[in-house]
Design a protein. Structure first.
Length: 190
């Protein structure tokens, strides 16, 4: 009898009424689906000539030898200021997220695929005072838990980086915190 493959609900984040899946959730489900290989190739280095756009191609192979390929890009125009220094890594993460969505047949957009400008404008449009939203608080809590951080740890990190604890963050800084938590290595903000 085969085990039913299921996306763990802790990997789903609801922002403003729309569900997003985390990269960690896609990777978990892909392993359940028989992921045996996941590689990324850098197709375009960010430079002044191309608007500082990095493009990566991810290729994944499953145990039944199915091959999946997709692209991911990152530029200063679709990331926040903190991630703009890590465009290749973000393009890689986005490419892998897209290919893992294909393997797992997940129709939700990965949180890592969101463009920061879109996210920030939605935060301010939906939250006119610019304060952290309940969805952002929940995302920080859930992503922190996945990375092994307690709420006290997250508040301490938030104080160090932004000068206030998580519940008092402005929406833009909360978005930056979420993006850092989504990264493979987690909170390596410089």
């Amino acid at each position: 009898m085969s085990k039913t493959k299921k996306l763990d609900e802790r990997f789903l984040i609801n922002l403003k009424g729309k569900d997003f899946v985390t990269y960690a959730g896609l990777l978990d489900l892909a392993h359940q689906e028989g992921l045996v290989k996941l590689e990324v190739k850098l197709l375009q280095l960010p430079s002044e000539d191309n608007g500082f756009q990095a493009i990566c191609m991810a290729t994944a192979v499953t145990s039944n030898e199915k091959v999946f390929t997709d692209l991911g890009d990152a530029s200063p125009g679709n990331t926040n200021k903190m991630i703009a220094a890590h465009l290749i890594r973000m393009a890689s993460t986005r490419a892998k997220a897209r290919v893992l969505r294909d393997i797992t047949n997940i129709g939700f957009t990965a949180l890592e695929e969101l463009g920061e400008e879109v996210e920030e404008s939605q935060n301010y449009r939906n939250n006119g005072n610019g304060k952290i939203t309940e969805a952002q608080k929940k995302a920080i809590k859930n992503l922190g838990k996945l990375k092994g951080y307690s709420p006290a740890d997250l508040n301490r990190i938030s104080l160090d980086w932004f000068g206030s604890e998580v519940p008092s963050l402005p929406a833009e800084q909360a978005s930056q915190f979420i993006v850092q938590l989504q990264q493979k290595d987690g909170l390596n903000m410089q």
